[in-house]
Design a binder for this molecule. Structure first.
Ligand code: GDP
Ligand code: GDP
Length: 437
């Protein structure tokens, strides 16, 4: 199910990134503690009152709009209007209402999107009067907050989640494999879509699915149904913010949320950049199956070692996704293209795979016998029972004597043993540790 998107907009220095960080807290966890992946401070996910949403700090999306600050603030607001479900419009209670605020407000107002005004830097209750002038922006009651003290954030989140749309209904049957192609501009996403659709025996459906602003392309091959998610989004071009890499990440987040399998495109000519890893990291965190697709393979001068060397480099850079298969191909010449869909189908099956409880328990028991959990302050972890509780991604619950005793490295060891037995190729695994009741 696609998570709704919340965007924070406002002038520079009103405190957007401070509040953003307070909202996401340490929720960006999984990817950061792996080598080679730096924290991306622009996107995160959060949960409030049982609702999960993605949140983006548009102030962190540097838009090349010349020197003029107002132009880039305006572009950030346009981006929020285009991509977000709910907008947090942040203003500065210390500085008071400015012309720039009023201009942004006009843009937001015209969009008709739900807007919550957050008046930041209201650092003590005595300054609450400073919020009144912001009523004139026309978005109802402004919320007083302080990024420095962390006050008012819960009121703000109450209002934000109230304004979020209900999660959209699933539009496709369970047997349809939803595929997102992601990667930075010019990596060859549109070319690959066209190449896939032009393949032999691929039958493209007449009616394209539409969800709000996204246009999907359903097709069939050999009786298997697929849908390429948001193929229009990757063609839509021309807005001032669209050339920025961080924008392409935002666009990708929505496609990732709606997919089963994410094709992470890498440009063979240019190699791997940080942004590729950020997007892939998001697919991992979102629990999607992934395939690393090295495109433009035709443009690389090769000998018999080139592919292996490239593969090693990818494995080194994408350690957090060692489960993802790598496919080298050329969207342009269609070289090796026929290998792609079978891999997509395979990882989709693995993503939806269920293993029997007794088999899983045998594997866990063997793993524990070979390499018992280390003791911690004289206490030893005991695993009583393992069971798979969900698919997409496969989620395994381990019932133990004391969850505190489970360390990351031991959990990783068990994951490796489970993968040795059942593969789960192309999909992340979630391992949840619970106290045996
Ligand atoms: P952004 O440019 O909108 O992302 O703003 P930042 O989050 O970078 O904050 C700009 C400045 O305002 C920084 O020096 C922050 O420490 C400061 N700031 C943020 N929130 C508060 C607040 O609630 N009260 C005060 N007094 N300063 C704040
Ligand atoms: P997008 O921005 O990711 O959708 O990328 P496009 O599909 O528009 O491709 C960007 C450029 O790369 C275009 O000039 C394509 O012709 C070129 N391109 C795409 N795929 C390949 C490929 O496999 N090999 C080569 N040599 N060029 C390619």
């Amino acid at each position: 199910m696609a998570r709704p998107v919340v965007a924070i907009v406002g002038r520079p220095n009103v405190g957007k990134s401070t509040i953003f960080n307070r909202i996401i807290g340490d929720r960006l966890a999984i990817v950061e503690d792996k080598p080679g992946v730096t924290r991306d401070r622009i996107y995160g996910t959060s949960e409030w009152n049982g609702k999960t949403f993605s949140i983006v700090d548009t102030g962190g999306i540097e838009i090349d709009a010349g020197d003029e600050i107002m132009r880039s603030v305006r572009a950030q607001a346009e981006l929020a209007i285009d991509e977000a479900d709910t907008i947090v419009f942040m203003v500065d209670g210390k500085a008071g209402l400015t012309h720039a605020d009023e201009e942004v407000a006009r843009l937001l107002f015209r969009s008709g999107k739900p807007v919550v005004v957050a008046v930041n830097k209201v650092d003590n209750p005595g300054r609450i009067d400073s919020i009144y002038e912001f009523y004139s922006l026309g978005f109802g009651d402004p919320i007083a907050i302080s990024g420095s003290h962390g006050t008012g954030i819960s009121d703000l989140l109450d209002r934000v989640v109230e304004a979020l749309p209900e999660p959209s209904e699933e539009e496709y049957d369970d047997d349809v494999i939803r595929v997102a192609l992601i990667g930075r501009p010019n990596v060859g996403k549109s070319s690959l879509v066209n190449a896939i659709l032009g393949e032999e025996r691929v039958i493209v459906s007449d009616v394209a699915g539409t969800t709000r602003d996204a246009i999907d392309t359903p097709f069939e091959k050999d009786g298997r149904k697929f849908v390429l998610i948001d193929t229009a989004g990757m063609r839509k071009r021309g807005k001032i913010y669209e050339t920025t890499e961080k924008y392409s990440v935002l666009r990708s987040l929505k496609a990732i949320e709606r997919s089963d399998v994410v094709l992470v495109l890498i440009n063979a000519e240019e190699g791997i950049i940080e942004q590729d890893k950020h997007i892939a990291g998001y697919a991992h965190e979102a629990g999607k199956a992934s395939v690393l697709v090295v495109n433009k393979w035709d443009a690389v001068e090769k000998d018999d070692k080139t592919m292996r060397q490239f593969e090693l480099r990818i494995r080194d850079q994408f350690q957090f996704m060692s489960y993802a298969p790598i496919v080298f191909l050329s969207a342009k010449t269609k070289q090796r293209l026929h290998r792609l869909l079978p891999v997509v189908e395979h990882v989709a099956e693995q993503h939806a795979m269920r293993v029997q409880t007794h088999l899983l328990n045998d594997i866990v028991a063997d793993a524990v016998a070979v390499n018992p959990p280390p003791t911690d302050k004289g206490k030893r972890l005991r695993i009583n029972y393992a069971t798979q509780v969900a698919v997409k991604p496969p989620t395994i619950v381990l019932f133990v004597n004391d969850p505190e005793l489970m360390h990351f490295s031991y959990s990783r060891y068990l994951e490796n043993k489970i993968r040795e037995a059942f593969a789960f190729e192309g999909t992340p695994l979630r391992i949840i540790v619970r106290k045996k009741s």
